[in-house]
Each structure stands twice: as C-alpha cells, then as structure tokens.
Design a protein around this ligand. Sequence first.
Ligand SMILES: Nc1ncnc2c1ncn2[C@@H]1O[C@H](COP(=O)(O)OP(=O)(O)OP(=O)(O)O)[C@@H](O)[C@H]1O
Length: 668
Amino acid sequence: MQKWADYRSILQEKGQQAKDQVKTVKLIGNMIWKSGPFLILALFLFMFFEGILPAFQLYASKQIIDGLSAVDGGASGQQSLHWAWMYAGSMVAFVILSSLKKWVVKILSERSMLSINLLLLQAWENVPGMKFFDQKKYRNRLEALREATGWLPAQIMTISTSFFTGLISLLSIIGLIANLSPLLAILLVASTIPYAIKQNRYAELDWEYEKDAAEERRRMNYARDLLLGRRAAKEVRLFGLGNFFREMYLVTFGKLYARFERLQNRFARDSALTGFFSGAVAGLGYLWIIYQIDAQAITPGDIALYLLAVFQLSKEAREVANDGADTWELWRMADDFRLFIEAEPDIKQAAQPQKSVAGSPMAIEFRDVYFRYEYADDADDEEEVEESEAEPEEYDGDDDSDLADMTYFEEAEEADSEPPETEEAAGREYVLQGVSFSISPGECVAIVGANGSGKTTLVKLLCRFYEQTSGQILIDGQEIGKLVIEDVRKRIAAVFQDLGRYGVTVEENIALASWEMGEQDKLRKTAALAGFDEVASGLPHAYETMLGPEWGGVDLSGGQWQKLAIARALYRDADFIIMDEPTASLDIRAEYELYNSFRELMKGKTVLLISHRFSTVKMANRILVLKNGRIVEEGTHSQLMELGGEYANMYRLQAESFEEDEGKVANG
Ligand SMILES: Nc1ncnc2c1ncn2[C@@H]1O[C@H](COP(=O)(O)OP(=O)(O)OP(=O)(O)O)[C@@H](O)[C@H]1O
C-alpha cells in the first residue's frame, strides 16, 4: 500500500512539473508569437525546407552518380544533368534560406527581448514592498534574471530553431537509410542515445551550477561595478581600493572556476566516451555498406548516398542531442521567469481593499507596533553553502526553484499572530517595540533619537514598504493593511535620506513626483519654496538642464540635490509630508530660509519630521523621542526641556558644543 502511495505521489509531482512546464512554454511561446506571428510562420517554413535539404542533396547525389555511371548513355546522362541542376538550385536555396532564417531569428529575438524586459518590469509592479531587497536569495535570482533578459530570447530562438531544423534533417536522413536497411537506421539512432542522455545530464548539472553560482556572479559584478562606476569612485581612488576589489573579483572567480573546471572535465570525458560509442557504430555501418558493394547488391549512387548519409545521420543525431539539452536548460531559465512573474507579492493586499480618500490632511495612529526585519535567507544559507561546496554528483530531480519558496505571507502571518516572546528577547530583535502615538490632521510632529533607534523604519512602515510584525497602523482611522497601497502612497510625499538623483532634466526631477507633469508655475513656486529656484537660474538651461555628468549633464552639490528632493516632495499635492533629515546637507542660510517658509509649505498637510538638528525639530508642534525602538518621551519643545530627560540632554549636548565653540572664539 505504502508503495502505491509513493508511486501516486511521484506521479502527482511529475504531473505538476509537466503542468508547470506547459505554463512556461505558453508564457514564452506567447511572448515570441506576439513579437511577429507572420515571421514565426515564415520561420517554421524556412526551418522545414532547410531541414529536408541535406536529405534531398544526398538523394540528388545518388541520382547524379547513378546517371553518370549507367551504360545506357544519353537518357541517364540527361537525367543526371536534371538532378545536377536541382542540386545546384538546392545549394542556392540553402544559402538563401539560411540567411532568411538568420534574419528572422535576429528580428524576433530583439522583439522578444523587449517583451521579456517589459514582462520583468511589469512583474516588478507586483512587488510593492522592499522586503525582497533585503534577501540575498531573491537578489541573486533577480540579478540572474536581469542578465538573462539580454540573451535568453535570442538563445531560445537560435537553439530551438537549430533543434527543430536538425530534427527534420535527422528524420529525413533516417528515412533514406531505412530504405536501405531499417536495422542500420535504428542502430545508428540508438547508438547516440547514451550521448543524448549524457548531454541532458550535463545540461542539468550546468543548470545547478549556474543556480549556485548566482551569488558569486553577483559578487563579481559588484566588485567590477564599484571599480568601473562613479558611485564609489572617490573612495576607490583615495583609499586605493583597486587591489582590494580586484582581489575580491579574483577570489570569487577562483571559487567558481574550480567547480566549473571539474564539471567541464567530466563533461568532456563523458562526451568522448559516449561519442566514441556512437562513432564506432557509424564506422561499423560503413563497413557493412562496403560489404554490400562486394556483394554487388547496390548501385554506385547508393554507395555514395549511404556512405555520406551514415556520417550525416551520426553527426546530426549528436547535434540534435546537443541542441535538445541546451533547449532544456534554457527552458529551465524561462521557468524561473515564470515563477518570478507569478510570485506572491511581499506585501499583503486585502481581498477587498478600501479606498483612502485624498484631499485632506492625514490622521495617523500607531497602536502597540512591533517590527523586526526578517532575514528569510539565513536558514537556507547554510544549506546553500554546503550544496555549492559539494561535488554536483547527482541531480535530485527537485524542480522547485528558489523563487517558488516565496511564501513570505505565511511567515508574516505567523509572526502576526505571535506576540513578541519576552521583552528581553524582543529587545534583541525588534527594531520597533510597542510603539504607540498619533498625529492629528494638519499637525507637524518631529521624531528625534539616536542613530539606529528606528526612526526611518517607522517611516518605511508608514509608506508600507514593510508590514508591521504586530500591532496596528491606522490612516484616517482605517487600518493601513486594508487600504489600497497605491492610494496611501499617492497621498504621501517624502524626502528620504537616500534621496533619488535622477539622470533627467531639473524639470523632470521635480515634476515626476506628480501625475500632472509640467505645470510651470507650480513647478517654479515649489522650487522657490525649497530654495532651488536660485540654483536653477544658475544652470546652463535653467529648468531644462540635464542632470548627471554621466548623461552629459550637470552635477549638483549634496545640498542642491537635497533642495531638489524637497521641491519634488512639495510638488506633489500630498496630504502627508515626511521629511527624513531634510536639512542635513543644507547650509545655515538655506536651513534658515526653509524654516521661514516652513509654515506656508506645510499649510493643510500633516507632517512628520525626522532630524538630528534641533533647530529643525523646534519647528514641530510636538516631539516624540525614540530610544531603542520605544517612545520614551513626548511633548512640545518647552515641555520636554522642562522634563529634563532624554530630549533635554540631547538638546543641551548640541547647544553646549556651540557654546563651547563660541567660548573658544571669544577667548581667542
Ligand atoms: N533593511 C534592513 N534590514 C535589517 N535591518 C535594518 C534594515 N534597515 C535598518 N535596519 C536596522 O534597524 C535599526 C533601525 O534603523 P533605522 O534606519 O530605522 O534607524 P534611524 O533611527 O533612522 O537611524 P539614523 O538616525 O542613523 O538614520 C538599525 O539597527 C538598523 O541596523
């Protein structure tokens, strides 16, 4: 009974795998089909004719030789000439068909590359959160897919067409040889089976290797991009980091190469052995034909035909096996694409999400919110290391890609239902620990706290980049998880610490925060409020100046980029403005001017300010003090000063450092 149950579950598993494969074939097939239905049909026609040409040419050669060697003179000679013309015609047809096929494949590949990239970009919209960015496994996969978009469609097209053409060619040559001896045809084909099996096995191992190598490849790209890119150019040069990252590149390559070489050696050995077997059978086929000549059983044309056909069949069968194995590997990659596209989003959207109505300042409430970042990779990592170090002896037939493991929701749900264990344990892991506060519509609240106390994390939860582990976050009295994510986001404008520096014009840099692009008056007004108007007027083409020297544009200073980011946030008619360190890079005058226009900027909006500068913090109606993920104090500036706690300490420290400096200057 147990055995039957085992068989049934194996069958079910295989059935599921087959269903998945069909889904992948449909997805990729559909994508290629859409890139040019007529071209696809033409391609099949070209492949068919190109496939039968070798068999035709063999047959024509036979006719020519038979005609020339016939004793009847004129009639056979004439026939031979006809075949010679046809043979010559087939040579021309072959060249034309090959060129046409190449052209169609190129056109279709390029068009499918667009489609596959669009699919990937579209799938990106299904990943509303940021959790995936923190997960190594996901990043490895995504990087591999991103790179594959450049070559996958072209490879699928080229290898699949080569496979198809080869198959037709093989079948037609089998037909020719079967005419002489069906047994010889069967033996020749059968002799390539071990070779085909080994090729498939190799394709599987190669696939496993590529999967395991994803992280190392990403590491190598990382080291290379750091050295060749602009992002770290200053430090790379100043600290002489070239050797360090070159070494990282080399060491990572070395780790991969050892396994790669082992795999290739094994492949070469197996290919030689199985190829030797298939070649030996073909050689015996030759001897057999020679034996037939002795027996005067066949014509000279037949001799030429079969000698060539034996060679051609043996070669074609191996090529079909090669292409088949490569096609299999490519479809596995395509399978990963499908899994990525179909992956569950990292942020739960309610079954029937409610609208969050824009147009009035937002009310916000945190109720006993706990949050910890998840490192979903950790458990798998050890396994992965072990796997990658091991010799890839046997493929276990496990078809599950890593992407199929994206069961983040379940993890989140489990965590949701479990309250944090003990306070101490929570203290080690939770970035936010029972945070409760509320911000009334139109209020401006500041959050202060030491580095790493959880201020930015709180903002990330408000923008719904992550989901709280437990507790509730309410927007206008509605739970954030029950609202349409885009609705909530459209109502928020933010200046993040790691603000975007887009390689587009100044105008676009500001206006892209809003759907209504290009409202000139509004654009200039917000730029002026953010203190950017003055900067823009000094640029070569004012608001139309391209930014980013890598695009032939202008670079801005850190503070100017920050002003631009503030302008962008203000350009959006948001109900809630978040400013995470908005004045960190601003000079004193710019900060002072921003302070002066602050009341006007924030009119009719709810504001959350995060800053280490107390001059900025003082602008708020109310201040929350965050320490190790907990709110420890709350009140106005004067209330908190009076309290003489954490806030007052921090304030005095900052003020003292100024006073000390002033004192030193005064004392000379
Ligand atoms: N993506 C992440 N994955 C894991 N841990 C993170 C992540 N982002 C932040 N953390 C951790 O969460 C804690 C709080 O970080 P957060 O950025 O919220 O601090 P912060 O109060 O804004 O600090 P700062 O004043 O330096 O900006 C830190 O200990 C940090 O290491």
